[in-house]
Design a binder for this molecule. Structure first.
Ligand SMILES: Nc1ncnc2c1ncn2[C@@H]1O[C@H](COP(=O)(O)OP(=O)(O)OP(=O)(O)O)[C@@H](O)[C@H]1O
Length: 604
């Protein structure tokens, strides 16, 4: 019932999920697992050792039935000494098998853990560097699901299934060879059935893989939904939308369940066919074999030996059917991980970027910059912006909502590349510089600063990771944050809670300002908070900003009269154009958009 409701409430399934239902180019191939080779290569020694152990244990397990045959055939011969010898050999074999199996488990499981660790790190290090355009179309919760759930599927394969598959292949090869040498006639019977079992494995395996990938996709979507709702839990609760959130979430989990159920059904069918076919063959063989023993064509020991091999071969086949499913599932997961690893970034650095020579002065120039957000190709966010910000100058960006102020600040950081024109820092096109190199010269104070679930010290240190405690406290003092931090029970060691839930708006801003002070960069970008602070916080923040912007190129998205009045120059934007520049008094005298905005927006 809840699921049906879900259909009406839930948003449409993400586009890539709908897309996932269609088989993609190459999605039929299990060969995608080859993408894991670069992750396996560094562990060659481990793999080699595991393969050796695997070979030895398989050979030992194939040899044991030979002993069993001798035991059976000499059972009544009265030669106790010979029997004892066989038992001792058998026990040695069993011991070798035990040691080998334990060692194989250890080596292979460790390999799985290591490969998955590397894979997780690779995916995270890839996505953490992707420019914001990527996150406009991908939910973070979904990426988390890829990093946890999908990598776990890969781990199953690398950390067990692959080894089991290899063992099965060896057992099958060795077992079939030994079957034939034991009895050609009975083997012919068994080998008739082997190809038959492969047919359902092949036919159903592909379906299973598609269902599995779909289940993983829905699972990822449900994580995306959950993390979105959880990160806005207060908004959800104050609008009493918990029920709708639950319904939406259960819509996604129900979809994941339905796909998983389809996979399980297919696998159940597969298990049925494989067990039926392989064990039917076993039983028929025993039937025929007992006749041969009665007619004296073979010894009972040989029949027992043959039966053990037949069971080994049949078991290996059954396991292969299941493993094939695991491999298919891992192929689906790998495909998605590969998608993430090879996600194209709209913003890329040159192979040989221009090095920044000497200290940056902070001379920023926009030359006829046009820009359209990739997700909104029909509307230009900037339509020919030309402006120059001199070293050390403080510039206030002012304009109605949607005018393009934030866009300008984003482009200065090269989160996007302009679609036309160019932006230079100290005369260098941003596209020719390496992002990490020039961003080191920029400090950002966002409107709603990110606060991490860590101590006050660690949060401020985010501005410059190698800063010592003294520098951190000095920055906090300059940002008027020292007072409230020392007021906390654990002072600088106080935990600030995820997203800074334990701080007021003004306190968060002062932490962000302390970070920027610590960074000590020649360019300061500041998005002034729109929310009103109390007079005391307001003055404290204002003073901290003044101190911070002195002797630096400062670009402020201004929302307060005090700020614009202090700016060297105000740039008025409207609909992606610069419509006027000047000081507060000049612009008021000119009486255009700014005069109107000033009257409406700045209360002072
Ligand atoms: N990530 C985005 N994807 C698509 N369009 C965007 C994106 N960010 C902003 N826009 C659009 O670009 C235009 C300029 O937005 P921008 O955020 O630069 O305005 P702003 O002047 O900072 O407004 P505000 O004062 O309300 O923050 C707006 O029409 C906005 O809807």
């Amino acid at each position: 019932m809840a699921h049906d409701e879900g259909h009406t409430v839930a948003t449409k399934a993400p586009a890539h999920i709908l897309e996932a239902r269609r088989p993609r180019k190459g999605s039929r191939r299990i060969g995608i697992l080859g993408a894991l080779v670069p992750f396996l290569r560094p562990h060659r020694t481990l793999i080699g050792a595991a393969a050796m152990v695997l070979l030895v244990t398989t050979l030992v397990s194939l040899a044991l039935p030979l002993i069993v045959r001798r035991l059976v055939d000499h059972f009544n011969a009265g030669n106790v000494e010979l029997l004892d010898r066989y038992f001792v050999i058998g026990l040695v074999g069993v011991a070798a098998l035990a040691v080998g199996s334990a060692l194989r488990f250890y080596l292979v499981a460790r390999l799985g853990e290591q490969v998955v660790m590397d894979l997780r790190n690779a995916v995270f290090s890839r996505v953490i560097g992707l420019s914001p355009a990527f996150y406009e179309t991908t939910m973070t919760g979904e990426i988390l699901s890829r990093i946890t759930a999908d990598t776990t599927l890969v781990q199953n394969v690398v950390g067990s299934s692959a080894a089991t598959a290899l063992r099965n292949v060896l057992t099958l090869t060795g077992g079939v060879f030994l079957l034939v040498t034991t009895s050609v006639k009975l083997s012919a019977l068994v080998l008739l059935v082997v190809p038959l079992t492969l047919v359902p494995i092949y036919l159903l395996g592909r379906k299973m893989r598609l269902a599995s990938r779909e289940a993983q996709d829905w699972l990822a979507a449900s994580s995306g939904k959950a993390s979105e709702s959880l990160s806005a839990v207060q908004t959800v609760q104050s609008f009493t939308n918990e029920k709708a959130s639950r319904t939406q979430f259960s819509f996604f989990t129900a979809k994941a369940f339905a796909a998983a159920r389809r996979r399980i059904e297919i696998r159940a069918a597969l298990t049925f066919f494989v067990i039926l076919l392989s064990f039917t063959a076993c039983v028929s063989v025993v039937w025929v074999g007992i006749g041969d023993v009665q007619r004296g064509l073979m010894t009972p020991g040989t029949l027992v030996q043959f039966m053990i091999y037949a069971v080994m071969v049949a078991t290996a086949l059954t396991a292969t059917a299941q493993l094939w499913g695991d491999l298919q599932r891992a192929a689906g997961a790998t495909e998605r991980l590969v998608d993430l690893l090879s996600a194209e970034d709209g913003v890329t650095d040159l192979e040989a970027p221009t090095p920044l020579t000497g200290p940056v002065t902070g001379h920023i120039v926009f030359e006829d910059v046009h820009f359209t957000y990739p997700t909104r190709p029909e509307a230009a966010a900037l339509a020919g912006v030309t402006l120059e910000i001199l070293p050390g100058e403080t510039v206030a960006l002012v304009g109605p909502s949607g005018a393009g102020k934030t866009t300008i600040v984003q482009l200065i950081q090269r989160f996007y590349d302009p679609t036309g024109g160019r932006i230079t820092l100290d005369g260098c096109d941003l596209r020719d510089l390496s992002r990490p190199a020039f961003r080191r010269n920029i400090a950002l104070v966002p409107q709603d600063p990110a606060i991490f679930a860590a101590s006050a010290t660690e949060n401020i240190r985010f501005g410059r990771l190698d800063a010592d405690q003294a520098a951190i406290e000095a920055a906090a003092k300059a940002a008027a944050a020292h007072g409230f931090i020392t007021g906390f029970p654990q002072g600088y060691d106080s935990h600030l809670g995820e997203r800074g839930v334990m701080l007021s708006g003004g306190q968060k801003q002062r932490i962000a300002i302390a970070r920027a002070i610590l960074r000590d960069a020649p360019v300061l970008l500041l998005d002034e908070a729109t929310s009103a602070l109390d007079a005391e916080s307001e003055t404290a923040v204002q003073m901290a900003v003044d101190r911070l912007s002195r002797n630096r190129t400062t670009v402020i998205i201004a929302h307060r009269l005090a700020t614009v009045k202090k700016a060297d120059r105000i740039i008025v934007l409207n609909e992606g154009h610069v419509v006027a520049t000047g000081t507060h008094d000049e612009l008021i005298a000119a009486g255009g958009l700014y005069a109107r905005l000033a009257k409406l927006q700045f209360i002072g």
